[in-house]
Design a protein around this ligand. Sequence first.
Ligand SMILES: *Cc1c(COP(=O)(O)O)cnc(C)c1O
Length: 391
Amino acid sequence: MTGPGSLAVRPLDPASRSEPRLAVDLGAVARNTRTLADRASGELMAVVKADGFGHGAVDVARTTLAHGATRLGVTSLAEAWVLRDAGLVAPILSWLNPVDADFPAAAVRDVDVAVPSLTHLAAVAAGPGRNRVHLHVDAGMARDGAEPEEWAALCRAARRAELRGQLEVVGVMGHLGCAEDPADDCNALGRTRFAWAVEAARGAGLRPRERHLAATAATLTDPRAHHTMSRVGAGLVGIDPSGTTVLEPAMTLTAPLVQVRRVRAGTPVGYRHAHRTTRATRLGLLPLGYADGLPRVASGRAEVLVRGTRCPVVGRISMDQVVVDLGRTGAEAGEQVTVFGPGAAGEPTVAEWAAWADTIEHEIVTGIGARVERRTLAAPYLRPLSTRSGA
Ligand SMILES: *Cc1c(COP(=O)(O)O)cnc(C)c1O
């Protein structure tokens, strides 16, 4: 009750509070999943590492499983536990773990693990559980996976462990280093090495029923890389590294103007006075900076959308804030500004931010800081997928 003399404070609707906010559109994720599932010859594994590329691992996992994905992929076992703790029962593969990772827990919690070396194989075999294993071959990046020199020995050791009942080899995996450029010779080399690795595994007596090489780019451009499954991450959230397919970005980042000031021509702005206004104008302050994922290197190039008009970010991007030259937009303190979004209203896209920062979209979407409030928009109902089995 509001008595006489007391201050009438209206209860604030938290939904209307103007904090910096990241909206994630799961409808876009659902539609992207369908596009990718249509293109993949085999099963679709939704890769939800790095918190679903910054979009929320559990939300992206649920959405993709409802729209064509049949499995989930993550790097670490810790990421797999998050999915299991949320009640997800779909098959999960975790492919990047140190040799002393908790492989017994993976067996108990029904999480498949990739094995990239003899040392890892020994650690997995030694545990009390019977892990499901995907042998991981380096298809030519000198990054993760077993070197070709070690592969034959790894297959033989895996077969021995299998015969002893210590583990079960269910898959062989590889990863292409240059798939965003389908014409690059490195892809043919990777495909050849992968085919050779599968044959070697069979020669050792293994029966890997899941054989997977393609990520988003090769899923969209090269059916020869599809095998029995595609592992896609970037494409789910609207990033096509191959630049061949229209996918929908799912993130929109907005922030309120916390202050607006009028300045004369020649006013220095921000640290080191990196910018000087060239005319009288109005400057707006946004409470977002490099700690929130706006790359500092984009200083002097980036733009935001204010009242339908692109306005430049001026001066250095600070840890917590940036200054925007509002020009003649007439924008006032408290108004929302769009930092990036799908681009439909003229706002900058994640792809533009990536270009301003000399990086790729992946780094922008995975880099949004923890203090930005997340808001998730549910996927609208879409017609159920027909079942593959016909049952
Ligand atoms: C991240 C990752 C993927 C997914 O790649 P996208 O290009 O994002 O689809 C697939 N496989 C491995 C091994 C990965 O690390």
